[in-house]
Write a protein that binds this ligand. Structure first.
Ligand code: CS2
Length: 456
């Protein structure tokens, strides 16, 4: 038996579920990149909002590269369970906010018409760092952008303009600094190159707020699915598993309507920057270090790596002595307490968060997680120690071909073979000269990076 609208009635009574009628509701959100992270985060907040009586916030999920989520969710009409784990406790609830999953390469027309529908208010994104097709210095790589969401979004917004419809809010939920500004800048570059007539309308009618999103969502595996089947008495291949913690800080700048997510734990603020910097440099910075150093030490999961006193000390040092001093907290933001909570979250064995999941796409993650910290720390006269160990472990990681999952992996290996580690650092973190001019801090950083990681 498989989860769907017919079998819901046979779920055990203690599985919490929504009370709203899904069938009469319009799609108010189109989401690019409907992976586990979106389902455990934004889809959950939106489900709670509809459960509290709001209407027409059903989500149309779009997959850009793989059919897998569509194959898991469409046969069950978008329904899935969300399990929160903490220590020995787990609680499972049914989420109803996803209406469908479209596979963009086959269903471009459907994607465009969902966004160009008057009911659509928000287009959101968790396409990962590489999905933005961004080169150093916030420049768009047009060729890579072609295979991402850019052409669909641009055609859909053009259709809205032609129909005389209002603009939409573009909501990036990816781990990039200033994600709203980055998306606005890159999309404007796309329009300038491919659809210049649209630039003015886009700038005048659409808003692109920044957000900070935080929830650890390990990749679901067979063991999780088997456990769930035992609990609910049916199969749910769309299930997601996460921690209890969840945070969402959103810049309050919407072009149209939005769900009252703030009634369900989200914070709507004027400026997200200090939250975002703390999250990227402390949480994600420590995560990447734990991932590369942990793999190097032979561990598989985050909780195992932080149980190692040496790695734990390094993670503490990275967060408290290297990242923390570079962040100016917002009023009421307690960064020491934040570091305490992070260590607790990392240590929870219930999450079974694989180091290899975090280690992927290092070239896309390291600049905002480590290099920005290094630049600011050195400027303030601080001496980094944990971050260079992390860089060294990342270099070890890419030297070992078996592990590497990175969009620049071919270039990385070529640089490594021909000119060694220094060439890799300069290739990834300086780009060519044109970009070095845009990231001046990094030009000075290179010789330091080489020195810091040399001979370890
Ligand atoms: C992780 C993040 O995979 C990774 O790179 O660092 O996905 C992390 O779990 C989330 O940002 C937590 O909010």
């Amino acid at each position: 038996m498989r989860l769907n609208s017919q079998t819901i009635a046979r779920l055990p009574a203690d599985i919490a579920r929504f009370a709203y009628d899904r069938t009469g509701q319009s799609i108010g959100i189109v989401h690019f990149g409907i992976g586990a992270f979106h389902r455990a985060h934004m889809a959950s907040y939106t489900d709670l909002a509809m459960n509290a009586g709001e209407r027409d916030w059903m989500i149309s999920g779009v997959s850009l590269r793989s059919r897998s989520v569509a194959e898991r969710l469409n046969p069950q009409e978008g329904l899935f369970t969300l399990t929160e784990r903490a220590g020995d406790n787990a609680s499972t609830r049914l989420v109803g906010s996803v209406a469908e999953v479209l596979y963009a390469p086959d269903q471009a027309d459907e994607v465009i018409s969902r966004i160009a529908d008057p009911a659509c208010q928000i287009v959101s994104f968790t396409v990962t760092e590489k999905g933005y097709a961004r080169r150093e210095g916030n420049l768009l790589n047009l060729q890579l952008a072609e295979a991402s969401f850019y052409p669909l979004l641009s055609s859909a917004l053009e259709r809205r303009r032609k129909k005389g419809l209002p603009g939409v809010t573009l909501l990036s939920c990816d781990n990039l600094p200033d994600n709203g500004r980055v998306l606005r800048t890159l999309f404007a570059q796309w329009l300038a190159a491919r659809n210049p007539d649209m630039i003015e309308w886009f700038q005048a009618h659409c808003s692109v707020p920044s957000t900070m999103i935080d929830r650890i969502v390990p990749r679901t595996d067979e063991q999780d699915l088997a456990w769930l089947e035992g609990l609910i008495g049916m199969q749910d291949p769309g299930a997601v598993f996460t921690e209890r913690f969840s945070q969402w800080v959103i810049e309050d700048d919407f072009a149209g309507r939005r769900p009252a997510w703030e009634n369900h734990g989200a914070q709507l603020v004027e400026d997200v920057r200090s939250y975002e910097t703390a999250k990227l440099r402390m949480l994600n910075g420590a995560h990447s270090m734990i991932a590369y150093c942990g793999l190097q030490a032979g561990y598989e999961f985050v909780h195992e790596a932080v149980a190692d006193p040496i790695l734990r000390r390094k993670a503490e040092r990275l967060m408290r002595e290297e990242a923390l001093p570079t962040i100016s907290p917002a009023e009421g933001q307690d960064l020491e307490a934040y570091a305490d909570t992070l260590m607790e979250r990392f240590a929870d064995p219930a999450l079974r968060h694989r180091l290899s999941q975090i280690a992927m796409d290092g070239t896309q993650k390291i600049p905002q997680r480590w290099l920005d910290t290094l630049v600011d720390l050195e400027e303030a006269g601080g001496v980094p120690e944990a971050i260079p160990t992390g860089i060294d472990a990342w270099l070890w990681h890419i030297e070992d071909r078996r592990f590497v999952d990175d969009p620049r992996k071919v270039e990385l290996h070529e640089a490594l073979l021909q000119d060694g580690r220094e060439a890799v650092l300069s290739l990834c973190f300086l780009g060519h000269n044109a970009n070095a001019a845009i990231w001046p801090g990094y030009t000075e950083l290179l010789p330091r990076l080489v020195m810091l990681t040399d001979g370890r």
